[in-house]
Design a protein around this ligand. Structure first.
Ligand code: FES
Length: 577
């Protein structure tokens, strides 16, 4: 292959190539680490942005995989530079990892900007790491390749497969209803996460890794490989080899991405039965790329792309390990190729058409034919109305069908602690026809945590109620399910209509008509608005202070307003004094 770049053109040459005092300092410090001039002179410097930490169990294997990536970089004639970044464990970071997605995006961009780097391997997987890494790398604009952590193995409990999140939620309700013993619950705790890797349902992690592949940022098939599989090790080394050539080819995100890349990402998300979080993250990524997509693009796609990945929680049985054995994402994309822009480019320098040519499905109950979807439409739907002028999101494929058209009485909670305290109250005035409402859980209100699958009151669980409508300005875990209306925008904390709802009001939801209506007159709503006073800011110092002032609303992707730059514009480079 012919390089389009010369060694003298490498960005890192500014640090290492000159015969001046500063370059002397840079070279002497590399020599200090034990490298020789031959190791790094005139070679692409590849940053490995590694989100490993002891706090992120989904990325435990990154400690080893980074060595595999380095091996690949060295084999291809590059020089690896590992740069650790915040690991954002979905299960450990409080109050919510969403508070820090943009932190990782900023960190990634600035790590790449401030160091002598020509290209990057981005190592992520746990929910917010994929969008955070991609957003930052897109803004910096250097050639980059995404290395997905891959899903963990299926959970196991008494010979039964367990799915991350989904089964925890399901059996927690069973326990609250008094139908599961302490011993069974303890066994489950030890069996639901039995290897490294991300959640293995079609949660946010699997969704976003799949989206990264559909956008063209991973090697073909990379997003489906289970974390402990030897294929994952080989894929990691190949990422290292490939990024070196991407630098020589100057294959930047600006050259790689097109409107078709985002069309593919949305269509694939729908076909996978994606997490609702895909909307927020992909909107944010697209705006960084200067190729913005909107909620309407998702709703439109959901009407003509069926859910063909039979993976929980939309599916009834299978997990990501099954998806990999069935052929993984290349097989799914091959099945739905008529919905894709197969001319879109990917990091291996080939088009989607070239990458998926010959991909086969090895289990057509896991990856269904398009004429036998698990849902003909409905991975996601966006409703609007006087309660959500900028939209509210629902996952119809995971909702009890009788709730898709429903009018119910609102039971309103101003914060999560009061909701949590109420749901176990045996005297709570609630029926399965009511609509639970939680507010002040949006971006500015609480950092938009995954509280949106509001717990069904224990009293109703004991009556056998398994689903009811629940409305909030929060998000929910991609492993969640049920009649949850999410991302209500604008949020209550800034005076969105959700702030005006009172317990006892009636709300009408019509998913097929894409509408949500608060059955209260305009005059009454105006009076309530006049009486509403904004709550004080959540944070008065530090990162939270900045977050509260600059976070955009859910339908805008929750990026910081000052980070939405013009994609492709010259990147400010650090001055080397
Ligand atoms: Fe990391 Fe679910 S906790 S992907």
């Amino acid at each position: 292959m012919t390089n389009t770049k010369r060694a003298a053109d490498l960005r890192s040459a500014r640090w290492f190539a000159k015969d001046d005092f500063r370059s002397f300092g840079h070279r002497s410090r590399v020599l200090q680490m034990g490298y020789s001039h031959e190791d790094f002179t005139a070679k692409p410097v590849i940053a490995i942005v590694n989100t490993w930490s002891d706090a992120n169990q989904c990325h435990t294997h990154f400690k080893q995989r980074v060595e595999d990536v380095k091996r690949g970089i060295l084999q291809a004639g590059g020089w690896p530079l590992e740069l650790p970044a915040i690991s954002l464990s979905e299960s450990m970071v409080k109050p919510t990892s969403m508070l820090y997605r943009n932190f990782l995006a900023m960190e990634t961009e600035e790590l790449l900007r401030s160091h002598p780097v020509d290209g990057a391997v981005l190592m992520g997987g746990c929910d917010k790491t994929t969008p955070g890494l991609l957003m930052g790398a897109l803004s910096m604009g250097l050639p980059c390749i995404y290395l997905p952590a891959g899903p963990m193995l299926r959970g196991n409990w008494r010979g039964q497969a367990l799915g991350s999140g989904s089964d925890a939620f399901k059996y927690w309700d069973e326990r609250r209803a008094g139908r599961l013993s302490d011993r069974a619950w303890a066994e489950m705790e030890a069996g639901i996460a039995r290897s490294h890797g991300t959640c293995m349902t079609m949660g946010t992690a699997a969704t976003m890794m799949g989206i990264a592949e559909a956008l063209g940022f991973t090697l073909p098939g990379a997003s489906s490989i289970p974390a402990p599989d030897a294929n994952h090790i080989r894929m990691s080394a190949e990422c290292g080899r490939r990024i070196v050539q991407m630098v020589w080819d100057d294959l930047t995100p600006a050259r790689l991405l097109s409107p078709g890349s985002f069309q593919n990402a949305i269509a694939v998300a729908m076909a996978m039965g994606c997490s609702t979080n895909a909307i927020i993250h992909l909107v944010a990524i697209s705006r960084r790329a200067g190729l913005p997509v909107t909620l309407d693009d998702f709703d439109a796609a959901s009407r003509h792309v069926g859910v063909i990945a039979n993976i929980r929680p939309s599916g009834d049985r299978y997990l990501m390990e099954d998806f990999f054995y069935a052929g993984g994402l290349p097989a799914l994309m091959h099945v739905m190729r008529d919905k894709l822009d197969v001319s879109a480019l990917t990091v291996n320098g080939k088009t989607v058409a070239e990458n998926i040519a010959g991909a086969e499905v090895f289990n057509d109950d896991v990856i269904r034919p398009v004429n036998n979807p698990i849902y003909a439409e409905g991975a996601l739907a966006v409703l609007r109305g006087n309660l959500a002028p900028d939209g509210v999101v629902i996952k119809p494929s995971a909702v009890a069908p009788h709730l898709l058209r429903h009018t119910g009485r609102a039971i309103v909670f101003d914060d999560y602690p009061s909701l949590k305290a109420a749901v176990d109250d045996p005297d709570l005035d609630v029926t399965g026809d009511d609509i639970l409402v939680l507010r002040n859980a949006g971006p500015k209100g609480a950092g938009m945590p995954e509280w949106g699958m509001l717990p069904i009151p224990t009293k109703l669980l004991k009556q056998g109620v398994t689903d009811m409508l629940r409305l909030s300005d929060a998000r929910m875990s991609g492993t969640s399910y049920g009649g949850c209306l999410l991302h209500c925008s604008p949020e209550a904390f800034i005076g969105g209509p959700l702030a005006l709802v009172k317990t006892g009001d009636r709300i009408t939801v019509d998913v097929p008509a894409r509408s949500i209506h608060l059955e209260v007159s305009d005059e009454e709503l105006a009076a309530r608005r006049a009486a509403w006073t904004p709550p004080p800011p959540r944070y008065e110092r530090g990162y939270g202070w900045m977050f509260g002032r600059h976070i955009l609303q859910a339908h805008e992707g929750c990026d910081f307003d000052f980070l939405e730059t013009q994609f492709g514009a010259p990147v400010p480079e650090p001055v080397i004094y």
